[in-house]
Design a protein around this ligand. Structure first.
Ligand code: NAD
Length: 480
C-alpha cells in the first residue's frame, strides 16, 4: 500500500522528508509509517488543485461523466470493502463488523451523489421585467479544503469527497494525522476510477502545520471541516482571510429522552447502543440520558446490568463488542472527565476505571461508565467527553424533558422513546437538533441531511443539501 501524499497526480513523500508512525490503539504496535507533510506540501497541493480548477478539465466535463467516475469510485470501494475495513479496524480499534458497515455506507455515499450529478440542473424563473429571461444555475465553488477527524476516518472523508467531486470542484483532502490509512487507499481508487491529475489532492500531517494552511489559504474557496468545536472556531477565523465558504460538522452532547410509556426493552437496548457504540467516540453519541421519574430506578438497574457485560477486546474477534479509545492522550481526557463528574457529586453507578484484564493492558481501553444523580449544570453533563461515559438525569413532564434536552450549547442529534407517537412528534418539533430519532438511535443514510444546530456546526452534509454546500448559485438575466 502507498504511504505517501498524492499531489498533482503523483505519489510523493513529504518535501522535508517528514514521517509519522501510525499506531494500532489495541496493542500500540506500529501499523505503518506514512509521509508527514508541512506547510510547503499543503501549499503545493493547493496550487495543484487551483491549476486543475482553472484549467477546467474536471469542472467543464459534462456532469453525467463526472457522475460516472464517482460511481466507479463507489464500485471500487465496494469491491475493496474487506481490505479497507481491515485497515480501518487496525487504525481505529473499532470492530471489524462496524468497519465493514462503514465501508458499505461509504460506497453508498459515492453512488448516491454520483446519481445526483446530472439532476441538479438550473431553473427558469418568472422575471418581473417584461421581455427578459431569468435563469438560476449552480456552479462549483472552486478549490475545496477538506479536513476530517479520527473517529470515522473514511466515512467523514466520503461525505465531503463525493459531493465536492460531483459538483465539479477540485480539492485538497487532509485526514486526521492519527488515522490516514483508508483515505490514502481511497486515493489509489480515485486514480483507478479516472479522476484526472490535480483534481483530488491528498496531504498528510497535523492540523497546525498542514490543515491551518488550507484554512487560511487565499487560493482555497471553501473549507469543509469535521472535528471539535475549538478547532472549528480557529478554522472560522482563518477562513476569514478570503471570506471562504465554510461547512462545519462539530461536536455534540446528544440527549436521549426516555418516557415512562416507552417500550422498555427497546429503550434499554438503544440507550446502550447510543452511548457505548464505538466506545462513545461518535459525534452523535447519546451520552446524555433523560429518564422519566417513574421508571428511573428500573431503567438504571437494567442499563447497569447489561453495560457490565459489554465485551471489550480485539476488534477482529467476533465476540468483541467494543474496542479501545483512539490514544493514550484521549483516554487521559476521558479519565479527567470522570474525576470531574465525581467531584461534582454525580454517583458512579458503573465503571469509572480502566479494565484489569491482562489481555487489554496494551490497548487504550476504558470501561463503560455510568453516572446517575446528574444535574443539567454539571460539566460532565454539558461537555463532550467523546468516550464511553453516560450521564443520567430524571424529568417529570414533557416540558421538563424538552427544556433539559435543549439546555446545551450543542444541537447535533438526539432521540426520544415513547409509544405515544403524537407526543414523540411534539417533542421532535421542539428539540433544537439537526437530527431527531424516534424510538431508535443512530440511523443515518446518504439520502438524509446531517448537521448541527447551535455550536454543533454550520451547513449540512449528505442529502441534496450536502451537494448544495459545494455549489455557488448564479442568476443569469437576459434582456431580449
Ligand atoms: P480535532 O478538531 O482535534 O481535529 C479534526 C481535524 O482537524 C484533524 O484532521 C486535525 O489535524 C485538524 N486540525 C486540528 N487543528 C487544526 C487547525 N488549527 N487548522 C486546521 N485543521 C486543524 O477533532 P478530532 O479529535 O480529530 O475528532 C473529534 C471531534 O470531531 C469531536 O469533537 C467530534 O464530535 C467531532 N466530530 C463531529 C462529527 C459531526 O458529524 N458533527 C463527526 C465526527 C466527529
Amino acid at each position: 500500500m502507498r504511504l505517501q501524499m498524492y499531489i498533482d497526480g503523483k505519489w510523493v513523500d513529504a518535501g522535508a522528508g517528514g514521517k509519522r508512525a501510525i499506531i494500532n490503539p489495541y496493542n500500540q504496535e506500529t501499523i505503518a509509517t506514512v509521509a508527514e507533510g508541512n506547510k510547503e506540501d499543503a501549499l503545493q497541493a493547493v496550487a495543484s488543485a487551483r491549476k486543475a480548477f482553472d484549467e477546467g478539465a474536471w469542472t467543464k466535463k459534462p456532469a453525467n461523466e463526472r457522475g460516472e467516475i464517482v460511481h466507479e469510485i463507489g464500485r471500487l470501494i465496494r469491491a475493496s470493502r474487506e481490505e479497507l475495513a481491515e485497515l480501518e479496524t487496525l487504525d481505529t480499534g473499532k470492530t471489524y463488523s462496524e468497519s465493514l458497515d462503514d465501508m458499505d455506507d461509504i460506497a453508498n455515499v459515492f453512488i448516491y451523489f454520483a446519481g445526483l450529478a446530472d439532476k441538479e440542473g438550473g431553473e427558469m424563473i418568472d422575471s418581473p421585467i417584461p421581455g427578459s429571461t431569468s435563469k438560476v444555475i449552480r456552479e462549483p465553488v472552486g478549490v475545496c479544503g477538506l479536513i476530517t477527524p479520527w473517529n470515522y476516518p473514511l466515512l467523514q472523508a466520503a461525505w465531503k469527497l463525493a459531493p465536492a467531486l460531483v459538483a465539479g470542484n477540485t480539492l485538497v483532502m487532509k485526514p486526521s494525522e492519527i488515522t490516514p490509512l483508508t483515505t490514502v487507499k481511497v486515493f489509489e481508487l480515485f486514480e483507478q476510477a479516472g479522476v484526472p491529475a490535480g483534481v483530488a489532492n491528498l496531504v498528510l500531517g497535523p492540523g497546525k502545520s498542514v490543515g491551518a494552511h488550507l484554512s487560511d489559504s487565499m487560493d482555497v474557496d471553501l473549507i469543509s471541516f469535521t472535528g471539535g468545536v475549538e478547532t472549528g472556531k480557529k478554522i472560522m477565523q482563518a477562513a476569514s482571510t478570503n471570506v471562504k465558504k465554510i461547512a462545519l460538522e462539530l461536536g455534540g452532547k446528544n440527549p436521549n429522552i426516555v418516557f415512562a410509556d416507552a417500550d422498555f426493552e427497546t429503550a434499554v437496548d438503544q440507550a446502550l447502543n447510543a452511548v457505548f457504540f464505538h466506545a462513545g467516540q461518535v459525534c452523535s453519541a447519546g451520552a446524555r440520558l433523560l429518564v422519566e421519574r417513574p421508571i428511573h430506578d428500573a431503567f438504571v438497574n437494567a442499563l447497569v446490568k447489561r453495560a457490565k457485560n459489554i465485551k471489550l477486546g480485539n476488534g477482529f474477534e467476533e465476540d468483541t463488542q467494543s474496542g479501545p479509545l483512539i490514544s493514550a492522550e484521549h483516554r487521559d481526557k476521558v479519565e479527567t472527565y470522570v474525576k470531574i463528574g465525581q467531584e461534582e457529586g454525580a454517583t458512579l453507578a458503573l465503571g469509572g476505571r480502566r479494565p484489569e484484564d491482562a489481555d487489554l493492558q496494551q490497548g487504550f481501553f476504558y470501561l463503560p461508565t455510568i453516572f446517575t444523580n446528574c444535574t443539567a449544570e454539571m460539566r460532565i453533563v454539558q461537555e463532550e467527553v467523546f468516550g464511553p461515559v453516560l450521564t443520567i438525569e430524571t424529568f417529570n413532564s414533557e416540558e421538563d424533558a424538552i427544556a433539559k434536552a435543549n439546555h446545551t450549547i450543542y444541537g447535533l442529534a438526539g432521540a426520544t422513546f415513547t409509544e405515544d407517537i403524537a407526543k414523540a412528534e411534539r417533542v421532535a418539533g421542539q428539540l433544537r437538533l439537526g437530527t431527531v430519532w424516534i424510538n431508535d438511535f443512530h440511523p443515518y443514510f446518504a439520502q438524509a441531511p446531517w448537521g448541527g444546530y447551535k455550536q454543533s456546526g454550520i451547513g449540512r452534509e449528505l442529502g441534496r443539501a450536502g451537494l448544495e454546500e459545494y455549489t455557488e448559485t448564479k442568476h443569469v438575466f437576459r434582456n431580449t
